[in-house]
Every structure is written in structure tokens, then in C-alpha cells.
Ligand binder design. Structure first.
Ligand code: UGA
Length: 436
């Protein structure tokens, strides 16, 4: 089957490459010529483990190609995916749908055969109806259906998530849409990945509800971590103890500096806007957004405390290990590291940082921070080493070397990747999250 993927950003590129790997004939379309030229030359615009090899293999096999020409790209495609960005609209937090609508208009104008148009971008409830209206208004003579098929890919694990999903959600209003989507996902169907067919609005809401629920789980355990510190409990044990209850589940219960990234912050805000528009408040999500926002700066203050409080901290220097919002990505969007570094700068603390992939993106966002070539270069002369992102490279630091290089042997582990007794036995003062 020929598939067109409009938008070759993170979601479009990963999905397109994976569909090609299933044996479909995929054309990825993007209006930015520089991006398409790079992709044609085999250069990935994003860092995602395994993606480059996947793209290269499928391009070589003749199943994956790239173009800026939408009309040419969608010709003959039975499924046309819209995977363009839906950023937070400046000012009100609503998802900005201008790119989605523009693609729908162009698809309507260029449609040369019957096709199913699939929204893969995260779009608020009712967007499918609007896309359908726009395409119908183009006056196309071809049969089309508009389907919602949200993605549940995690950055850094996207290819695995795509190929072995917990579920595939399809929101379709007619049999034509369902039939084509069944064919698109047949390879996964054979793998026994469950496919859930629902109506379009349910599918659109599932995406937001899933992300908001996961953000809630994280925020819940983060607040439990604060409580653990007060009462002398250990949040790792509390998470394990509640997570073993299958109704709760152990995943997404890692306490840390707060969630970031391109999805949870944006999608929770957009869900609040939808709830407001429909006069159906989601107060839990409101509280989650507020708690997560304040947590990031609170983590900066935690570091200041570890340095001895506001007066003692002024003029000191810390090493920040990890800048991206999570490991295995170069994505800095809404990373807690930004707010933490800002809080430290406000407190007169100098920051030297190292991140395996994120420093290029971090530089313009963290102008006062000195970027270093290695964790050890950042640690030299530091009054505290602060782990912000749990990259594998930081899980087994040479603690003797750290101690020799740092001015003070103090480790602030905001991801709880070390065992307190081990670090203390190595002669460090150790501060972590939710371990009283
Ligand atoms: C998230 C969802 O997990 C995906 O299912 C979804 O498809 C995606 O958003 C999206 O909407 O596109 P992602 O943003 O890549 O994926 O990252 P996650 O792995 O979910 O992590 C998000 C944030 O939560 C990170 O800052 C991470 O450090 C934090 N987190 C996660 C915790 O603090 N604790 C946890 O237990 C889990």
C-alpha cells in the first residue's frame, strides 16, 4: 500500500520509516526543503536511537522516499497521514491547528484518488470534523474519510514503541476508514497488537487523557517524594509498594525533577483549554500542571539548600550532569534543567554542564551555563555534582575520580540513580529525591 506522511518531524519520520519497514511504500513530505535535502542525504534532523539505520535500510530497499511536493507525494496514496506540529498557541495554551488545517486544505486541492486522511498529530477533540469540512469544501470528486490515529511514541524508545505497541487506537466514522486502517496496520495485527476501533472524538480524547494520566502519575509520586522526605520514608519503596498493585501499576512512578518534553506540558495545557471550552473542568489536571511547574524551580532551591542555603551558595559552582528532559534524546523542550539552572543563576551559583546529546540545543536556552566536554570536566572544582537527567553515562561515575576533581564531595541525585549507602561509603554527602 502506498502511504503518504505529511510532516517529517519526529512523529512523521519515525512512523514513516516504521511503516516502510513493514513493507509499505512510504513517501515522507515536508515543506522545508533543507530538511528534505538532509533526509535525502541520509542525515537525520533529530536524535533517535536506531532511526538512521532504519531510514537508510528502507531508502535502499526503495520503500521510503522524501519530497517537498505534496501533490506528487500523495498521488496514489491510500492513506495520507497528517503528522505536522500542533504547538501551544502563544498566549492561551490552545493547540495551534494552523498547520493541520493548511495541510487539510492542500490535500483537498491535490487529491487525485480515493484516500483516507489520518490525523496522527495530537489534536483536540473535534479537529477531525474540521479537517473533514475543509477537505469537503475543496470540492474534491474523490471519496475520502477522515480518521484519528494518535501516536503513543516515547522519545528515545520510539521505534520499539511503534513496532510493539500496547495498543493501536483508530477513531473512524465509517467502514472505508476502518478498512484502510486495518490494511495499514495489518503487520502489527498479525503480531497480535490490540487495535481499538472507536469513534473519532473518543480517539482524539484518548491521546490527551493518556498523557494527562501519565503526567498525573508522575506528579503524584513527586509529591509523595516530598512527603517521604518529611516523614522519613523512602519514595522508591513507596513506589514499589503501590506499583505492585496491578490496578496501579509500577510504571511512571519514578520521582524526579518534574516532567518536561514536547508532549506532557503542551498536552496537559491543551486539555485544560478543551475542558474550559466545554465547561467541564478537569481539576486534577489543573493541579498537576501547577505542581509540576513549581517543582522545577523547587529542585533548584533544593540544590541551593545542599550548598548550605542562600548565603553560603552565592559564588559557589556546581556541575550539572544531564540537560535534556530525559535520556536518549537531544530534546530540551521544557526540560527541568532550564528552570533549575535559572534558579541557581538567580542564587549566584555558577553552573558547568555536560549532556551527551543535548548541549547544542541547550546552549541558546541556558546562556549563563558553561558547557563542558565530559562529565569530569564539568565536575572539576565543583561544590556539588547535580544529576538532572539519568543518562546511562552517569549511572556508573568513577566516584574516586569525582571526589578527586570536585572541591566538595557532594552528590545531588535528582533521579535517584545511586544507592545512598554506596555513595556515602565512597565519602560523599548524598542528597536525593524522596529518601528522607
Ligand atoms: C510521552 C508519552 O510517554 C508517550 O506515550 C506519548 O506518545 C508522547 O509523550 C507524545 O505525546 O508524543 P515523551 O514525552 O517522549 O512521551 O517522554 P516520557 O518518557 O513519557 O517522559 C516524559 C517526562 O516525564 C520526562 O521528563 C521524564 O523524565 C518524566 N518522567 C517519566 C518522570 O519524571 N517519571 C517517570 O516515572 C516517568
Amino acid at each position: 500500500m502506498k502511504i503518504a506522511m505529511v510532516g517529517s518531524g519526529y512523529v512523521g519520520l519515525v512512523s514513516g520509516a516504521c511503516f516502510a519497514d513493514f513493507g509499505h511504500d512510504v513517501v515522507c513530505i515536508d515543506k522545508h526543503p533543507a530538511k528534505i535535502e538532509k533526509l535525502q542525504a541520509g542525515i537525520m534532523p533529530i536524535y533517535e536511537p536506531g532511526l538512521e539505520a532504519l531510514v537508510e535500510g528502507n531508502v535502499k530497499a526503495g520503500r521510503l522516499s522524501f519530497t517537498t511536493d505534496l501533490g506528487e507525494g500523495i498521488k496514489g496514496a491510500k492513506a495520507i497521514f497528517i503528522a505536522v506540529g500542533t504547538p501551544s498557541r502563544r498566549g492561551d495554551g490552545h493547540a495551534d491547528l494552523s498547520f493541520v488545517h493548511a495541510v487539510a486544505r492542500e490535500v483537498g486541492q491535490c487529491l487525485a484518488n480515493d484516500a483516507v486522511v489520518v490525523t496522527k498529530s495530537t489534536v483536540p477533540v473535534g479537529t477531525g470534523d474540521e479537517v473533514e469540512r475543509i477537505i469537503a469544501a475543496s470540492g474534491t470528486a474523490h471519496r475520502f474519510a477522515v480518521v484519528s490515529n494518535p501516536e503513543f511514541l516515547r522519545e528515545g524508545a520510539a521505534i520499539g514503541d511503534f513496532k510493539r505497541p500496547d495498543r493501536i487506537v483508530i477513531g473512524a466514522e465509517d467502514e472505508f476508514g476502518r478498512e484502510v486502517m486495518r490494511e495499514v496496520y495489518r503487520p502489527l495485527f498479525l503480531n497480535e497488537s490490540p487495535i481499538l476501533f472507536v469513534n473519532r472524538r473518543s480517539s482524539e480524547l484518548i491521546k490527551y487523557a493518556a498523557n494527562a494520566f501519565l503526567a498525573t502519575k508522575i506528579t503524584f509520586i513527586n509529591e509523595m517524594a516530598d512527603l517521604c522526605e518529611r516523614v522519613g520514608a523512602d519514595v522508591q519503596d513507596v513506589a514499589r509498594g503501590i506499583g505492585m498493585d496491578k490496578r496501579i501499576g509500577g510504571k511512571f512512578l519514578h520521582a524526579g525533577p518534574g516532567y518536561g518534553g514536547s508532549c506532557f506540558p503542551k498536552d496537559t495545557l491543551a486539555l485544560l483549554k478543551t475542558a474550559e471550552d466545554f465547561e467541564s473542568p478537569v481539576r486534577i489536571v489543573e493541579a498537576v500542571v501547577k505542581a509540576n511547574d513549581s517543582r522545577k524551580r523547587a529542585m533548584g532551591r533544593k540544590v541551593v539548600e545542599a550548598l548550605g542555603g542562600a548565603d553560603a551558595a552565592r559564588g559557589k559552582k556546581i556541575a550539572m550532569l544531564g540537560l535534556t528532559f530525559k535520556p536518549n534524546t537531544d530534546d530540551m523542550r521544557d526540560s527541568p534543567a532550564i528552570a533549575i539552572a535559572q534558579t541557581l543563576a538567580d542564587a549566584g551559583v555558577a553552573v558547568a554542564a555536560y549532556d551527551p546529546e543535548g548541549m547544542e540545543q541547550a546552549r541558546p536556552l541556558m546562556p549563563g551555563v558553561t558547557m563542558c566536554d565530559s562529565p569530569y570536566a564539568a565536575i572539576e572544582g565543583a561544590d556539588a555534582v547535580v544529576i538532572v537527567t539519568e543518562w546511562d553515562a552517569f549511572r556508573a561515575l568513577d566516584l574516586d575520580r569525582v571526589k578527586a576533581l570536585a572541591r566538595v564531595p557532594m552528590l545531588v541525585d535528582l533521579r535517584n540513580i545511586y544507592k545512598p549507602d554506596q555513595v556515602c561509603a565512597a565519602g560523599f554527602e548524598y542528597v536525593s529525591v524522596g529518601r528522607g
